[in-house]
Ligand binder design. Structure first.
Ligand SMILES: Nc1nc2c(ncn2[C@@H]2O[C@H](COP(=O)(O)OP(=O)(O)OP(=O)(O)O)[C@@H](O)[C@H]2O)c(=O)[nH]1
Ligand SMILES: [Zn+2]
Length: 347
């Protein structure tokens, strides 16, 4: 396995340089331009790889194989499908403003597993999930396994720990985790003193806008502060601060989702229009952190049954789900209603 090559691939994508996964050469649409596209694809024959959600938004879904509704879609290149048209296919921000030229033709995926891996890598790189694709011609290539190492919870290890008095829990300790590949470090805040009972645990996914800037669009900031208070009041427990900004799609893509919400789409449809899963988080990371901290039986502070299920699957026993509901404000009422009605949150 070549973790180095995968790290270089993330860097290359961000800089607008081509990469290769197996025998597919790929250029990310978001960081390309007409000149880079011409250099990547002199013959003008590179097809366009899109995610299932984006294809459904563009009404290309009916051309796909019904047996694999979540598979990526390859749009055949046509002489008039130039760089700007490809950008309009990849980026939903102008969907409502500019009617797309067409017709676009979805063609069979030659390499479904490699194509899906490419879309995972776009998410890891924080880019729109859309690529120009042609057969590789001698480039350094990586494998899907290299890409998955970026999110492989088993590679996590504890790298530093220190006392950290925080507001409402002065007797806390911070523990930092990382893997060689992962761009951000996850941390755990150990609050209070172990008392023989299962710890009260909160899995908090990073939200720069809510946690740091006090955004009222979501409930993250108040949930974070309240979690620390509740854990302290319960005796002892652990706050896991997971670097899964935007439910795993990264800050920039979350802000793109916010721009779509400004156009009227809800949090679920905004993710789908961008081409991402509704929730791209991987809670195996949280399970591994708990295991490294020696905790296998916990009480979980959440309204999200998916978190309970994901932890149980990863070997953590959740003896109790403790609701974690904060009063809505006028800006997040609809967001909370969407969580209740469309993503199964028990609110
Ligand atoms: N993609 C996207 N992410 C969002 C949006 N609003 C908040 N987030 C992110 O969602 C994560 C918080 O997840 P929530 O769905 O609010 O809550 P939860 O963690 O699933 O469930 P609880 O444990 O009940 O709070 C953070 O990473 C936020 O950055 C949004 O509109 N779009
Ligand atoms: Zn938030």
């Amino acid at each position: 396995m070549s973790a180095h090559a995968a790290a270089r691939a993330v860097d290359a994508l961000r800089r607008g340089w081509p990469i290769a996964i197996g025998d597919l050469a790929l250029l990310a649409v978001e960081t390309a331009d007409a000149r880079r596209l011409a250099a990547f694809d002199e013959a003008g024959q590179a097809d366009l790889l899109l995610s299932a959600g984006r294809a459904a938004t563009l009404k290309l879904a009916n051309q796909r194989d019904a047996a694999t509704p979540d598979a990526p879609v390859l749009v055949q290149r046509a002489p008039w499908l130039d760089f700007d048209t490809a950008t309009a296919l990849a980026d939903p921000q102008f969907d409502l403003a500019t009617p797309l030229k067409g017709p676009f033709r979805a063609i069979p995926l030659v390499e479904p597993a490699l194509s899906a891996a490419a879309l995972r890598l776009a998410r890891v790189a924080g880019l729109l999930p859309a690529f120009f694709v042609r057969p590789a011609a001698g480039e350094e290539t990586i494998t899907p396994e290299d890409i998955d190492a970026h999110e492989d919870a088993d590679r996590l290890r504890i790298v530093a720990r220190a006392r950290l008095p925080v507001l409402d829990a002065e007797d806390s300790e911070i523990v930092a985790f990382r893997t060689d590949e992962m761009p951000g470090e996850h941390v755990a805040l150990l609050i209070g003193e172990p008392n023989g009972k299962p710890p009260l645990v909160r899995l908090h996914s990073e939200c720069l806008t809510g946690d740091v800037l006090g955004s009222l669009k979501c409930d993250c900031g108040p949930q974070l502060q309240a979690a620390i208070r509740e854990i302290r009041a319960s005796g002892w427990g652990i706050l896991l601060y997971l670097r899964q900004e935007g439910r795993g799609i990264g800050l920039i893509n979350k802000l793109r989702a916010y721009a779509l919400q400004d156009q009227g789409f809800d949090t679920v449809d905004a993710n789908t229009r961008l081409g991402f899963a509704i929730d791209a988080r991987n809670f195996a990371t949280a399970a591994k952190m708990l295991s490294l901290l020696g905790q296998h039986r916990i009480r979980l502070l959440t309204n999200n049954p998916e978190k309970v299920a994901a932890l149980e699957t990863a070997g953590v026993t959740v003896v109790e789900r403790v609701p974690h509901f904060l009063p809505p404000n006028p800006h997040n009422e609809r967001y909370l209603a969407t969580k209740r009605d469309r993503t199964g949150h028990q609110l």
